[in-house]
Ligand binder design. Structure first.
Ligand code: ADP
Ligand code: MG
Length: 186
């Protein structure tokens, strides 16, 4: 019936997870959980390092598995979700061109080191490679989010993926020229 499913949305910080999850949750009539907020509100962290909460993965996994069990349709969203397995039906990995990502993260006033780490992660397909390892090809859908994508369009991608189990392949580095690559390090 309809779109009953448990979805995790992951991707490098700045790819649009929170924005897209909220919009998608609205049109699916599903809860959209911003995992980073949950870590704070339920104190699922082990320590605070340089002002950032370091998640307690044991506690976090338990809480997220509980949420997935108790909701037929739910969206969980965080870059952390490509690091461990949850009982989800589908993992959506949002992708953003690294040069555009660098602009988005600069607007957030992240320190240079954090911007560079995240831009490099995106350029090297870090979240997608991890998600594939954890969930396998049949459960991982990549979605290009460099340009605005509507929740309706994402719903359509999900529906098509459920039928074909074929995701588009998004790899940034092979498409980038030397000039663009240099921009990443600048
Ligand atoms: P994440 O939760 O993955 O860190 P956000 O949802 O916070 O990402 O979005 C990061 C920034 O990029 C926000 O300023 C948001 O307005 C913007 N943004 C999100 N998705 C898009 C998009 N598809 N196109 C352009 N800008 C976007
Ligand atoms: Mg977010």
């Amino acid at each position: 019936m309809g779109m009953a499913m448990k979805i995790i949305i992951t991707g490098t910080p700045g790819t649009g997870k929170t924005t897209i999850s909220r919009e998608l949750g609205k049109i699916m009539g599903a809860k959209a959980i911003e995992v980073n907020k949950l870590i704070k509100s339920k104190k699922l962290f082990s320590k605070i390092q340089n002002g950032e909460m370091i998640a307690d993965f044991g506690k976090l996994k338990k809480e997220l598995a509980r949420l997935l069990r108790s909701n037929n349709t739910i969206i969980l969203e965080s870059h952390l979700l490509s690091d461990f397995k949850l009982p989800a039906d589908l993992a959506v990995v949002l992708r953003c061109n690294p040069i555009e990502l660098k602009k988005r993260l600069s607007r957030r006033n992240y320190p240079a080191k954090k911007i560079n780490e995240n831009v490099l992660s995106e350029a090297l397909d870090y979240c997608h490679i991890n998600a594939l390892e954890i969930y396998g090809e049949r459960k991982v859908l990549q979605v290009a989010a460099t340009k605005r994508i509507t929740p309706k369009a994402i719903m359509a991608r999900i529906a098509a993926f459920k039928k074909t189990r074929k995701s588009p392949t998004i790899r940034w580095l092979p498409k980038m020229g030397a000039r663009e690559l240099l921009k990443l390090g600048a």
